[in-house]
Design a protein around this ligand. Structure first.
Ligand code: GLN
Length: 288
């Protein structure tokens, strides 16, 4: 017999040396109990139901082995929506919510008035970016591609669960769009951008798909592949939006200059003040 509080305190001790930190115990308990923090505090001295406690202990043991919380739960929250995740897709990150927010704001500023706007998300993974955009802007036509069939299966399931219609294609980078001769207004990607030799936490390295993480020696391999063919899939008046690594600003802007000497480019910071997003505009003068 244990109270919520006793069970939680014991779990926090077990996680003292885990990568996730002690606070993951509280997050796991909230999700498993389907409670908000204030409800849990109200119940703190009540007895925790056996079935819940058992599930909680099992989850804590997995967290202690550095398994990601999202894999234990089977889902992650992103932009207020729930996305199923497994080892075939990257777990959506909070930084990427900011990419979505900035795309929506650019859409309002430069595209909304024209109507019939097409956005494509390259390497969609769980579908988090594509599906959140469609939820927030139902009039947007959204395409999403991934080289992994297993990832597209997860993304398609997420589109169904979140009740949106997205066109999915399986294929390498821009190829599915080129093959179908599709031209889009907004090209989006959170490509794999971690340099090949970078050392990652075990929770990431051992549990998330490397195909979604590593971007060659300098991390920029997939941007170059997309830049190379971007003009084949973009309308003359269009925008590209990418997530990027915090230390890639200069190198990436150099690539943009090399491939698109006349485009307007800007790098935006995330909530931690780190360079995180690259926006490139064609035929648009951003007023930032
Ligand atoms: N932000 C992810 C991480 O640091 C990397 C995602 C990516 O390569 N696109 O784990």
């Amino acid at each position: 017999m244990a109270s919520y509080k006793q069970s939680l305190r014991a779990a926090e001790k077990q996680l003292q040396n885990a990568e996730c930190g002690e606070q993951a115990a509280f997050m796991l308990l909230l999700e498993l109990a389907q409670m908000e923090a204030h409800n849990l505090y109200m119940e703190f001295d009540q007895e925790i139901p056996d079935a819940l406690n058992k599930q909680f202990q099992e989850g804590i043991a997995r967290l202690a082995e550095n398994e990601p919380l999202a894999h234990i739960l089977g889902y992650e929250w992103f932009y207020g929506y729930r996305f199923l995740v497994n080892e075939d897709v990257l777990i959506p990150r909070p930084e990427t919510e900011e990419l979505v927010a900035n795309i929506l704001s650019a859409y309002d500023d430069y595209f909304k008035m024209n109507g019939n706007i097409i956005a494509a998300d390259i390497g969609t993974g769980s579908g988090a970016i594509a599906i959140s955009l469609k939820k927030e802007e139902p009039s947007l036509h959204v395409l999403a591609t991934d080289i992994s069939k297993k990832a597209v299966d997860v993304a398609a399931r997420n589109a169904e669960l979140n009740e949106v219609s997205i066109s999915f294609c399986i294929g390498d980078m821009l190829e599915p769009l080129i093959d179908r001769d599709l031209k889009v207004d907004i090209l989006i990607s959170n490509p794999p951008y971690i340099p090949q030799e970078e050392i990652l936490e075990a929770s990431v390295k051992d549990h998330e798909p490397h195909v979604a993480l590593f971007g060659g020696d300098d991390g920029l391999k997939y941007y170059r592949i997309m830049f190379e063919k971007a003009k084949q899939v973009l309308k003359p008046r269009s925008m590209m939006a990418f997530e990027m690594g915090w230390n890639q600003r200069e190198a990436l802007l150099n690539e943009v200059k090399r491939y698109f000497p006349d485009a307007c480019a800007e790098v935006l910071k995330d909530m931690n003040g780190k360079d995180r997003m690259l926006f490139v505009y064609f035929g648009i003068q951003p007023n930032s």
